[in-house]
Design a binder for this molecule. Sequence first.
Ligand code: NAI
Ligand SMILES: N[C@@H](CC=O)C(=O)O
Length: 360
Amino acid sequence: MNAVLAQAVPAAECEPVPAIAVVLLGTGVVGGAFLKLLNTPAAASLRLVGAANSRRQQTEPVKLAERNLREQLKSTGAQRDDAALLAALDASGAAIKVIVDATASAELAARHAEWLAHGYHVVTANKSLGGGELPGWRTLQAALANGARYGDSATVGAGLPVLSTLRRLRQCGDALLTLEGVFSGSLSYLFNSYDGSRPFSVLLREARERGYTEPDPRADLSGEDVARKLLIIARNAGFALGWDEVQVEGLVPESLRALGTEAFLDRLEELDEPLAARHAEAKARGNVLRFLARLNQRGRARVGLSEVPANHPAARLYGTDNQFALTTTRYHTQPLVIQGPGAGPEVTAQALLGDVLALG
Ligand SMILES: NC(=O)C1=CN([C@@H]2O[C@H](COP(=O)(O)OP(=O)(O)OC[C@H]3O[C@@H](n4cnc5c(N)ncnc54)[C@H](O)[C@@H]3O)[C@@H](O)[C@H]2O)C=CC1
Ligand SMILES: N[C@@H](CC=O)C(=O)O
């Protein structure tokens, strides 16, 4: 009788209750790197109880444990359904239940506040809520009052310690006065590498292959992704800025704006001529091009391409380096500068893992 009962209990129910149960949304470049990290000793206290891409999801423990889960999800698994993923989190029995959003979906980001209000922690690389319309940000702040936590380190600098530093300064009574720098890893890579010898479109394809760009690179080139990061930092510093308060000068010509992503990717060469001309003009004046973000003391924000002299701090960046120069009431003679690689699957996935572990 006992033997029959033991056989009837599914294997998952016999597993010890994990300290932290995780559902992963998005198994693309960043989500794929996060799945790899889950197989390392650093993630021993975590159990993946669900994973999804835009069309399919998996909650079966045996399938979730497969090394090729990301590839499997492309053709197998149940249809996308948030309710089944939340049920898997609840069934885990874990005290800490986390939804990791590694998508760029505005639709999913709009659900973050609701999940937080229901007690699920949210860890996100998706900037659409924190860096979206102001009412969304306010809803998020209200949901956080219920005790669940929002891990957003990956949304700025791909996990460089920008938001954590800012929060620590504010806790000590310091206040952000101005902010300036290079907030895009892909645009940094492009303008640090571009010297006119290889077409801009070739470098852009390279940046995309390396996992630096957004799913649609126009989100980078248009300045939208940089504006989102600026808004996230500014709002965390107490500036209640709206989208319409950021002046954005993008690099996507009118003729390429309305296309689908694939059609746009087929026409990247159309970016080459205008950028070659701007590069040549800057060079003739002894300057270089950098995509800068700025927030001044009056809360005026701008992102766009600027010419800077060779001795400007932003002119001395390498690879995907981001640079955040924070002037505060206490760092006022010289800014506090945070600099380092600001895009790429591995560093971003690590930021997600770090935020999940911080919940333990
Ligand atoms: N690539 C990088 O260096 C960094 C990326 N990020 C952010 O990480 C996010 C993901 O970027 P990538 O991995 O490069 O994009 P990606 O395009 O490679 O992957 C996106 C994934 O999200 C999935 N997805 C879309 N809608 C979904 C939905 N409703 N439910 C479940 N899954 C859904 C897609 O199927 C895909 O698996 C973006 O928000 C990006 O801004 C943040 C910091 C750095
Ligand atoms: N596409 C983004 C990735 C990180 O947020 C960038 O280029 O910075």
